[in-house]
Design a protein around this ligand. Structure first.
Ligand code: MRU
Length: 358
């Protein structure tokens, strides 16, 4: 696909019109308010990622790429060694905001590697190269989402019921999205599906974001509570499950929003194909299995206090609030990537597509 300036600007994360900041759609405010935020400092980028103003693995990666370029442009030194050291410090700080989605560290590393690769360049030249690289990360994500959407579409038939968990649509990525990509591309091509969106406790990405963006696009969507998925499957209303991913390990285990693994277990029970869809930037070949993926623990108040008029538990009640779980690769029918559909044996076949795409 040919990526236009309008494609970049329509994404939930993009370079601000002045070229020296990043503009994001504040996803915390949806679906009730459409609020844009302009980010310029390391602290602002950190907070936006940590608090989920920008969220979804690929969108976090795009934001981190631009953040590094914007922070680089603010460095007032001609000394390339000092420039590099300062960029490494910024990169470390950004990476510490969220641990699970590998796209964050992947994007930061890619920006730092660029500095290492161009040791002959002046700081001014490096600043320019870093801005171009950030834009390349963004462009590649748009292209990869299109490819994923196209491959994913080949797995389903018109009229199928698709169940999804969390939000892996345009808001979390760019343009088409990953898990929702086939549905948006299908809509463009006149192919209709019926989508069941798990609300996705505790932060309700499925309710606030997935049902919002599907409804706005005119795609038939029904919102369900997480504990209704089994019934919907049992009723025969689901022909495939499409979910996103935050990190795919070398053996095919993958981390995604908490609750994904129970969807996979139910899908296996009811004989429904279960797919994760993600770009190569989410595949971490340095992470051997799901047990090696760091899982983010978040504030218990998200469970007890966040969405109701009054707290739903006593303040002294203990809560366990992991933001992600790992789905075992044996529950996966296939992994849909921008390089094609990967079937078992995952270890061998993931290695092949990573090599082919490099
Ligand atoms: O905590 P979040 O909202 O950033 O979690 C997001 C998910 O788990 C998504 O499913 C994942 O990032 C894939 S996004 C294309």
């Amino acid at each position: 696909m040919i990526v236009t300036e309008a494609d970049y600007q329509s994404c939930s994360v993009h370079l601000y019109q002045t070229g020296d900041a990043v503009e994001i759609l504040d996803q915390r405010q949806l679906p009730n308010r459409t609020t844009m935020m302009v980010l310029k400092t390391a602290q602002e980028f950190y907070d936006a990622i940590k608090t989920l103003a920008v969220r979804g693995a690929p969108a976090i990666g795009i934001c981190a790429g631009y953040a590094m370029a914007v922070l680089a442009s603010q460095k007032d030194t001609a000394d390339t060694k000092a420039f590099r050291q300062s960029m490494e410090k910024d990169g470390e700080y950004l990476i510490s905001s969220r641990p699970t989605a590998v796209n964050l560290s992947w994007a930061v590393k890619r920006m730092l590697d660029l500095i290492s690769l161009h040791q002959e360049c002046t700081v001014a030249e490096l600043q320019k190269l870093m801005m171009e690289e950030a834009k390349a990360i963004h462009r590649e994500d748009i292209e990869m989402c299109y490819a994923i959407a196209d491959y994913g579409l080949s797995l389903v038939k018109p009229g199928d019921g698709i169940l999804t968990h969390c939000n892996a649509g345009p808001l979390a990525t760019s343009k088409y999205g990953t898990a929702l990509g086939p549905l948006f591309l299908g809509k463009e091509r006149g192919i209709d599906f019926h989508v069941f969106s798990d609300e996705t406790r505790p932060l309700l990405q499925g309710a606030r974001l997935t049902s919002y963006e599907l409804q706005k696009a005119g795609i038939d969507v029904t919102l369900i509570c997480d504990n209704m998925a089994s019934l919907v499957m049992k009723n025969g209303w689901v022909q495939a499950c499409f979910v996103g991913c935050d990190r795919i390990a070398a053996n095919g285990d993958f981390a995604n929003k908490i609750g994904t693994s129970q969807v996979a277990i139910m899908a296996r029970y009811y004989g429904i194909p279960f797919y994760t869809l993600g770009p190569r930037s989410t595949i971490d070949m340095n992470c051997p299995t799901g047990a090696d993926i760091p899982i983010e623990l978040r504030n218990p108040e998200e469970i007890k206090n966040m969405w109701y008029q009054e707290p739903i538990a006593l303040p002294e009640v203990k809560c366990y609030n992991p933001a992600f779980d790992v789905t075992d690769h044996t529950l996966l029918t296939a992994i849909v990537t921008d390089q094609g559909i990967v079937y078992p044996p995952f270890e061998e076949n993931l290695r092949k597509i990573m090599k082919a795409g490099s």
